[in-house]
Design a binder for this molecule. Sequence first.
Ligand SMILES: Nc1nc2c(c(=O)[nH]1)N[C@H]1C(S)=C(S)[C@@H](COP(=O)(O)O)O[C@H]1N2
Ligand SMILES: [Mo]
Length: 244
Amino acid sequence: MKTPKQPDTDAHPELLRAWDRRQFIKNAAAGTALLAAGGALYRIAADDMNRKARAETRSDGRKRLPPGQRVIEHLKDMGGDPGDGQAKHFRLRVHGAVKTPYDLDYAQLLKLPQVEREADVHCVTGWSNLGATYKGVLISTLAEKAGVKGNVRHVILEAEHGFTSNIPYAEATGDTCMVTYRMNGKPFSLDHGAPARGLIPDLYFWKSAKWITGVKFVVDDEPGYWEVRGYHNHADPWKEERYA
Ligand SMILES: Nc1nc2c(c(=O)[nH]1)N[C@H]1C(S)=C(S)[C@@H](COP(=O)(O)O)O[C@H]1N2
Ligand SMILES: [Mo]
């Protein structure tokens, strides 16, 4: 990899401030400033973020950055069909092969045990967002309260307008998988799933249903919206399980 070179700040004095790395990475990732004058700078800063991430190893021994991914500083809006985004209309149905199905409104969701987890997310289109803090209720907490039957093997996240995603039960009940309503202390914007979304960080991000309306525990798998449209049923980023 090439060593970053300081830009010609005599010719482009406006780049001086941007050369401060933190400031620059922020601007570059927001896609705002400097692209015209600073195309080269943009690449340098991105190289730097990616080099750092590629050198890191997770506590589970996997590389921080899965193959074929590059780091960006914010979630990109990947679209989808939103609900109205309002907490007062939120209902989460917890159901399926369980002893006690139940509905939660937003206040009831907040009364369950809350967790905060730092997580990396990886979009199948090639971007990753690293180290954001998500707050919410673990899917394992929802499962426990429902009394999941012994033969359950899959979890279906359900969202507004019929979107679904399917996750193996053992993975969906992992320590970072949750229904989340805060990212870095802030509510999600409507584009990103307000008032609450699923979060399954260790599978490609399409599994993380925005505008979540239900968590269903099932015995037999039910491939979801993207899974029946050519995407991989499992979606492990470290195995590049992108397409079926
Ligand atoms: N309800 C719903 N959730 C969804 C989607 C969708 O279309 N509808 N798209 C998925 C995809 S393909 C991705 S990559 C992520 C993107 O989340 P973001 O827009 O917050 O980055 O949401 C996932 N969750
Ligand atoms: Mo996606």
